[in-house]
Design a protein around this ligand. Structure first.
Ligand SMILES: Nc1ncnc2c1ncn2[C@@H]1O[C@H](COP(=O)(O)OP(=O)(O)O)[C@@H](O)[C@H]1O
Ligand SMILES: [Mg+2]
Length: 245
């Protein structure tokens, strides 16, 4: 089975331990939510998968097409090349490049460069507004448009799995709804494999088939919506650390 598996992952910054024995998996075509309020380690986890933060223990394995790749041994560009794409928190576009230049830059990685025109077509079909604005400088677009561009940029790398870090940050609620809807649409039509970090837990869990709750760097809850109902109050309490179980 194709999947990303995280086993007993410990990671942090120097002597500051952030992630503690994190175990989780994301299977091909799944939409998994990573929930947690501010400062609980969501970005640290995604950045560790991408190789920006070095694991201090545990394993991050990409089991795909009969091959097992140990991501913890690779550099970020090699991890992108293995098929893992990150849509970072705060989007981090190249502000003074145009929409199309941002897309082409990402699509020029070795993994995807042969498919660059097909990927560009796909992004423009999926997000027609990016096509209309292809010559516009990224920094002059609205927050919601920039978020869609950041997602499209990740698609340009032909990912096997896409990690999306808090796409709702800094966006008005109505725009958040539009961005989530775009992600949902992509996932259902393309069967994309997505791990999305969010603190807007109610909306995020609504999109996802499974979810993990991260609290102080520990996975305190794994939810499978196929087998359990979610009580929003209970989930909120768990995320706020109010749970006593
Ligand atoms: N570059 C860094 N250096 C030191 N500590 C950091 C750094 N980035 C994040 N942290 C700390 O790691 C913890 C988790 O942060 P983060 O992963 O950003 O959480 P989240 O994404 O859930 O808001 C916080 O206590 C934060 O202060
Ligand atoms: Mg974060």
């Amino acid at each position: 089975m194709n999947r990303l598996v995280i086993e007993n992952l410990n990671a942090g910054y120097g002597s500051v331990a952030v992630l503690h024995d994190v175990c989780m998996e994301v299977r091909e075509s799944e939409f998994v939510a990573l929930l947690g309020t501010n400062g609980n380690g969501k970005s640290t986890l995604l950045n560790t998968i991408l190789g920006f933060v070095r694991p201090q223990g545990g394993r991050i394995l990409l089991d795909w097409d009969g091959q097992t790749i140990d991501l913890a041994r690779l550099q970020p560009h090699e991890i992108v090349n293995a098929g893992v794409a990150l849509v970072p928190e705060g989007r981090r576009l190249v502000p003074n490049l145009t929409v199309e230049e941002n897309l082409i830059l990402a699509g020029s990685c070795p993994r995807a460069k042969d498919q660059i025109s097909r990927n560009l077509d796909f992004c423009y079909t999926t997000f027609p507004l990016l096509k209309e604005r292809r010559a516009q400088q990224a920094s002059t677009m609205s927050g919601g448009q920039q978020q869609l561009l950041a997602i499209a940029r990740a698609l340009m790398t032909s990912p096997r799995i896409m990690l999306i870090d808090e796409p709702s940050v800094g966006l008005a609620p109505i725009v958040v709804g539009q961005v989530f809807e775009a992600v949902r649409e992509l996932q259902t039509t393309q069967k994309l494999t997505i791990l999305m970090a969010e603190q807007s837990f109610f909306q995020a869990v609504d999109l996802a088939s499974r979810a993990y709750v991260l609290s102080h760097g520990h996975i305190i809850r794994a939810i499978d919506r196929a087998v359990e109902q979610i009580d929003p109050e209970d989930l909120r309490a768990a995320m706020m650390g109010l749970e006593h179980s």
